[in-house]
Design a protein around this ligand. Structure first.
Ligand code: PLP
Length: 393
């Protein structure tokens, strides 16, 4: 059975060109870039090349790029660095729809005595910028707002948010893990201080991330140890991962437009057909400012998990908006923050596409999903009640 992979916001396939690029660094050039001998030292040059490619995609300088192990490490580093460089300030501004890499860290910091403002979003998943501005106070050390939401694809006005933070002398960080490679980002045209990205979301392998730190930003390392990354992140460099991410960024620069046209067209067809053929279905998140590859749809009165299991029988991979917490299914914090009703939030499915998807992949979902939903609704007592009939099982 063919795998129809529509879960690219969870992780992506490493591009074949990326794999080719990294293999020599596993097989032949496995030396430590910090070694004195030529065998090790030569790969330092390849790291620099990769750094330049990543910087070029971001419109950054290569020495503003710090390699990390993942998006989570980058997010943790940015926020804790801002706090340690602003010892007199104990307030953090963030949103209720951040990835756990920011959300759980902030909850943890709140337990340690920091004051955290988690801004609400509207039913379309958007931030109220007046409320954001009002939340920035003299004791705010950092504002951290994601560039694009991983569950809904909603894009936030982070460049404007950075500008407002700077007016009050506050550092601004963005978790751009879902944005990089999908929408154009140019750090020369904004004032964002720190930005996180993760290789495995843009066709590089897992285990490599980047924290962009604007020149002149006061910074404290999170991982303390060796002098790697000019003392900004201890630990021997993941050379194959770094080289791979360099290649992935080079490809992203070329494919971005394709992503914005080809992938968007596939996504739009999927979305429009599903909404047309499946009653009581609704898109979560504004359709105006959304990543071109993402659609999150709620199918009322059924559970996302059941939909995933039945789609899996056809090789279709997607994600649901629920998580198993304390033995029961809980709708995601993102959908709850948007005020999506429980009967809708439970039945949400996220489809996230990539340049490797085909029209055939979308056709398969359009063909199979309406029958899957119908089958599950027949079994759902809530659906039966809503239709004024009895469930058959
Ligand atoms: N931030 C966002 C928005 C994400 O979607 C993810 C991963 O899903 C992360 C952070 C964490 O990235 P990583 O898996 O590289 O730690």
């Amino acid at each position: 059975m063919k795998t129809i992979y529509l879960d690219n916001n969870a992780t992506t396939m490493a591009a074949p060109e990326v794999v080719e690029e990294m293999l020599p660094f596993l097989r032949e050039y496995y030396g430590n870039p910090s070694s004195m001998h030529t065998f090790g030292g030569q790969v330092a040059h390849n790291i620099l090349e990769a750094r330049q490619k990543i910087a070029s995609l971001l419109g950054a300088d290569h020495d503003e790029i710090i390699f990390t192990s993942c998006g989570t490490e980058s997010d943790n580093t940015a926020i804790t660095s801002a706090l340690s460089n602003n010892p007199g300030k104990n307030h953090i501004v963030t949103s209720r729809v951040e990835h756990p890499a920011v959300k759980v860290l902030c909850e943890n910091l709140a337990q340690k005595g920091y004051r955290v403002t988690s801004l609400p979003v509207d039913p379309e998943g958007r931030l109220d910028m007046d409320e954001y501005e009002a939340s920035l106070t003299p004791d705010t050390a950092i504002a951290s707002i994601m560039w694009a939401n991983n569950e809904t694809g909603v894009i936030f006005p982070v460049e404007e948010a950075a500008r407002l933070a700077h007016e009050k002398g506050i550092l601004f960080h963005t978790d751009a893990v879902q944005a990089i490679g999908k929408i154009p980002v140019n750090m020369k045209k904004n004032t964002i201080d720190m930005l996180s990205l993760s290789g495995h979301k843009l066709h590089a392998p897992k285990g490599i991330g980047v924290l962009y730190v604007r020149k002149g930003t006061r910074f404290s390392p999170f991982l303390i140890g060796g002098h790697q990354e000019k003392g900004r992140r201890g630990g021997t460099e993941n050379v194959p991962g770094i080289v791979a991410l360099g290649k992935a960024c080079e490809l992203a620069a070329v494919n971005m437009e394709k992503e914005n046209t080809y992938v968007r067209a596939l996504r739009d067809r999927l979305e429009n057909e599903l909404l047309k053929t499946i009653p009581q279905s609704k898109v979560n998140g504004t359709r105006e400012t959304r990543l071109p590859n993402t659609v999150n749809i709620s199918f009322e009165f059924i559970e996302g998990e059941s939909i995933l299991l039945l789609m899996d029988q056809f090789g279709i991979c997607a994600s649901s908006g629920s998580a198993c917490t304390s033995g029961s299914l809980q709708p995601s914090h993102v959908l709850r923050a948007m005020g999506v009703p429980y009967t809708m939030a439970h039945g949400s499915v996220r489809f996230s596409l990539s340049v490797y998807n085909t029209a055939g992949d979308v056709d398969a979902v359009i063909k199979e999903l309406p029958a899957i939903i119908e089958k599950l609704r027949v079994l759902s007592p809530y659906w039966a009640t809503s239709q004024g009939t009895c469930a058959t099982a």
